[in-house]
Write a protein that binds this ligand. Structure first.
Ligand code: PLP
Length: 241
């Protein structure tokens, strides 16, 4: 399939999931995860009009990030070229925060105090506020990063003293399931945690963001309230090295 066909395919399934669950398509953002593809394919994704781009490691993202910026600042004159909004979606080493803050508009994997301190330090230096998703390990799988659900509220309280971090929402990854329906409790759990934060008025302003749903399970995530989908394989494709 071409990129255009993949976009159309995802869009159709997304609209059906919205219709099933009484949700509005405009409330859902798609992050095109480019980690499996080349610089050229990443630029093609951005040119296609997919605004939000996600990468999980700075090391692999940097060539794409610089190429997109280069494209945006000259040469290619198409209106959307390089106008990407970058999302850092992978687990972030504390010593890499200084590379990511200022280059990526959003961080989806804030899960510990040491990382918050590193983000805060760099953001303060740049004079910016970084919207962050707090990653929660809802499924409890050993292999997954993230806060345990019971650690979330205390962590949010600690974050209130970081003036350069804004809590944009919560993020989770469901285990891979052959039957996507089985991921539902994970996504529902994340939504309930967000609603609990808001009930407790744990943050200055209510938190809305739910970053959940990947290629295998995005329709279930939509039905459970996702408003940021992170789609790699199904949307952007996967290229052999
Ligand atoms: C790779 C990745 C995705 C996208 O995965 P697909 O299954 O290819 O859609 C989403 N979120 C995170 C954190 C990832 O690392």
């Amino acid at each position: 399939m071409t990129l255009e066909q993949r976009i159309a395919h995802v869009e159709q399934r997304l609209q059906q999931a919205c219709a099933r669950s009484g949700r509005s398509r405009e409330d859902i953002n798609i992050i095109a995860v480019t980690k499996y593809v080349s610089v050229a394919s990443t630029l093609e994704v951005i040119r296609s009009g997919l605004v939000h781009v996600g990468e999980n490691r700075w090391q692999n993202a940097q060539d794409k990030w610089y190429a997109a910026r280069q494209t945006a600042s000259g040469g290619d004159t198409s209106a959307t070229a390089g106008q990407a909004v970058w999302h850092f979606i992978g687990s972030l080493q504390t010593n890499k925060a200084k590379e990511v803050v200022g280059r990526f508009a959003y961080v989806h994997s804030l899960d510990r105090l040491s990382l918050a301190q590193a983000i805060e330090r760099k953001a303060a230096e740049l004079g910016i506020v970084v919207p962050c998703f707090l990653q929660v390990n809802v499924s409890g799988e050993d292999s997954k990063h993230g806060l345990a659900p019971e650690e979330l509220l205390p962590f949010v309280k600690e974050l209130s003293r970081f003036t350069h971090i804004k809590i944009e929402g919560l993020m989770t990854m469901a285990p891979f399931e052959a039957e996507p329906e089985e991921t539902r409790p994970v996504f529902r759990g994340l939504r309930q945690l967000r609603d609990e934060l808001n009930r407790e008025a744990a943050t200055e302003t209510p938190v809305n963001g739910l970053s959940m749903g990947m290629s295998n399970d995005f329709e279930v995530a939509v039905e459970e309230g996702a408003n940021w989908l992170r789609l790699g394989t199904i949307l952007v494709g996967k290229e052999e090295e």
